[in-house]
Design a protein around this ligand. Structure first.
Ligand code: G6P
Length: 616
């Protein structure tokens, strides 16, 4: 977590840093800070709170001048999010300054050693230990900053993306990465440093993504030199052309990024299947799958690893892949998988799902699976992300930047990719009659239109229901089959952005416990499309009704049976059962959104959360 930005060049650094930090706030927003070299000295402003608080403070303190500088937006790991613990951090001499995204795990013994040598610490952070370690090395070895950073990092255990400035050499910024992302933007006589490319896309479309264990000295008017931290060997920089554009990372007239992203779903689902779902030819073609088709078809088992919303997409995929391709699927939280010595065989295929492609637990789980000989396939949204590079093959979701912390379009595009994968495997294995396969292709192609319709028809209903239940302290979400994971996801959305306690359950499990919670004040959201286990869900609704629970049902257009029982219904268009999650999820996203807005919550930046969880 945490976002970092740096600039060195001919422009004023301040507006670039502030704007860049605002774009990176999805990575954490507990505190923010910046430092600028004003031609004579390093000036710093930092504060608890958001980048807008930093902006006020920096302007009041006059920390706005300079062509070299860097900034940080923090998701607190060590130390409470107060002014002192905010980044940047200076070394004891006041000459070196650092910003850091990550965790230095062995900071305690290093700190004790530095204290013995006379260093004093103002903050509780691991980062202040690192900058003083760099200072100590620089003094002891009498070397330049780059060398000192390198020697210090070789003593450090943990994860980092760092940028360091030495007041005595203000024409360079030293950067390094291990486990946390770091992109360098290459302009004309100027360089940008950032956790992702969003802070610099209007200035340059050329970027270098540092790999793990690499460092670079970013020096004014000199080409960037990249070296391996461990052995000092030079690395050829690989300059990539960015695909992102400015429009994609702005709100485009919507009140919140989350709402914009919910409404983008029809077009991004289309982007996800464009060039892959070839209805005219009656086939699905995904390069990463075609190239590894045998591995998939020979797989004894597929293990899906992911966190959060991506894990829910994995659960939907479990139902779909098992049904279509008849391959056993297990879905695991990456954080559990990596710490439990899992049994992985060479003929297992592991699918890692991650919007950001940076989630630390998922990344570690991938490395473990690879060590055990599995073939690992990635489903990521962020192009060039760590997970997309660590996996042996994969498919991008092409959802475009997702900035709202609560994931929406990433979920539906992940399901789209995984559905296409399941269909392709079904075709290859002959586990689905061709007529059914063709029907699915046609139906999948219609999904964007149906999502569009669902957005139009369910928004007002979701808003009206939100107004009634916005003050409920609890909420239950029930679904069966393909829609059980959607119930989990619906509950997660509500928890994340409105801070209402919500639980998702398979509807039939109600009677094994949660039914005890039902009374007239408990809203129960039941996902009840007219397919699959409809009759069973109707029985579950009756059970809730007879205990006076309030029923909000998501039903297929034209439904009469559930309508007669429920307190409120939201209608979605009809589709084939396996594809219903792509539609049932829409009103649940909207419901959470409206409740959060009505409760005055910060929809895009919910408390305590961050979008890219680069710590374990
Ligand atoms: C965080 C985000 C969630 C996301 C999860 C996994 O918790 O707030 O929205 O689902 O991380 O992230 P990933 O980028 O790996 O999908």
């Amino acid at each position: 977590m945490c976002g970092i930005v740096g600039y060195i060049g001919h422009r004023d650094a301040y507006p670039i840093i502030i704007k860049g930090l605002k774009r990176l706030e999805y990575r954490g927003y507990d505190s923010a800070g910046l430092v600028l070299y004003d031609g004579a000295d390093l000036k710093m402003s930092k504060t608890k709170g958001k980048v807008s608080d930093l902006e006020l403070k920096a302007e009041k303190e006059g920390t706005t001048i300079g062509k070299v500088g860097m900034g940080h937006t923090r998701w607190a790991t060590h130390g409470v999010p107060n002014d002192v613990n905010s980044h940047p951090h200076f070394s004891n001499s006041g000459k070196l300054v650092i910003i850091h995204n990550g965790i230095i795990e062995n900071y305690e013994p290093l700190k004790i050693e530095l204290i013995k040598r006379g260093y004093v610490f103002k903050s509780d952070t691991d980062t202040e230990v690192l900058i003083n370690l760099i200072e100590e090395v620089k003094k002891k070895e009498n070397c330049k900053l780059g060398k000192a950073v390198q020697i210090a990092l070789n003593q450090v255990v943990g994860a980092y993306a760092i940028a360091v400035i030495d007041v005595e050499k203000p024409d360079e910024i030293v950067v390094a990465r291990l486990g946390s992302p770091l992109a360098l933007g290459i302009g004309e006589n100027e360089y940008f440093i950032a956790s992702d490319a969003s802070p610099f896309i209007e200035y340059t479309s050329n970027a270098i993504y540092l790999e793990d264990e690499e460092m670079a000295i970013v020096r004014l008017n000199k080409p960037i030199k990249i070296r391996k931290i461990k052995d000092d060997s030079l690395v050829d920089p690989y300059i990539q052309e960015l695909q992102m554009n400015l429009e994609q990372i702005e709100k485009g007239g919507y009140d919140h990024f989350m709402l914009k992203e919910i409404y983008e779903q029809p077009s991004v689902i289309k982007d996800t299947y464009r060039g892959r779902l070839l209805v005219d030819q009656g086939i699905i073609r995904m390069a990463g799958v075609e190239d590894n088709l045998e591995k998939f078809t020979n797989a004894k088992r597929i293990v899906i690893i992911a966190c959060g919303t991506s894990w829910h997409a994995g659960l939907v995929a479990e139902y779909i892949i098992e049904e279509f391709a008849r391959i056993p699927v297990e879905v695991e939280y990456a954080s559990e998988f990596r710490y439990r010595n899992p049994i992985i065989n060479k003929d297992d295929v592991v699918i890692a799902i991650s919007q950001s492609g940076e989630t630390a637990d998922t990344l570690a789980a991938i490395k473990l699976a690879k060590e055990k000989g599995a073939f690992v396939f990635g489903v990521c949204n962020v192009v060039g992300s760590s997970i997309s590079r660590e996996t042996q093959a994969g498919a991008y979701t092409h959802a475009g930047p997702e900035i709202g912390v609560a994931s929406t379009k990433a979920f539906t595009t992940q399901i789209t990719v995984l559905t296409m994968l399941a269909l392709r495997l079904a075709k290859a294995k002959g586990t689905m009659p061709n007529s059914e396969y063709q029907r699915y292709l046609l139906e999948l192609e219609l999904i964007p239109k149906k999502v569009e319709e669902a957005l139009q028809t369910t928004n007002e209903a979701a808003k009206a229901i939100a107004a009634i239940y916005k003050d409920s302290p609890n909420c239950l979400y029930l679904g069966r089959g393909y829609n059980f994971p959607v119930a989990l996801e619906g509950a997660l959305k509500l928890k994340e952005i409105s801070y209402i306690h919500a639980e998702g359950y398979p509807a039939a499990e109600m009677k094994h416990g949660p039914i005890a919670l039902i009374d007239e004040s408990m809203p129960v959201i039941v996902i009840a499309p007219n397919k699959g286990h409809y009759d069973k869900v109707v029985s579950n609704i009756q059970e809730i009704k007879s205990r006076s629970g309030k029923i909000i049902a998501i039903v297929t257009k034209g439904d009469t049976q559930v309508k007669a029982l429920a307190d409120h219904v939201i209608e979605i268009p009809e589709t084939t059962e396996a594809l219903t999650p792509l539609l049932t999820t829409i009103p649940l996203q909207l419901l959470s959104y409206h409740i959060a807005v009505m409760r005055g919550c910060n929809v895009d930046q919910p408390r305590n959360l961050a979008k890219s969880v680069t710590v374990e």
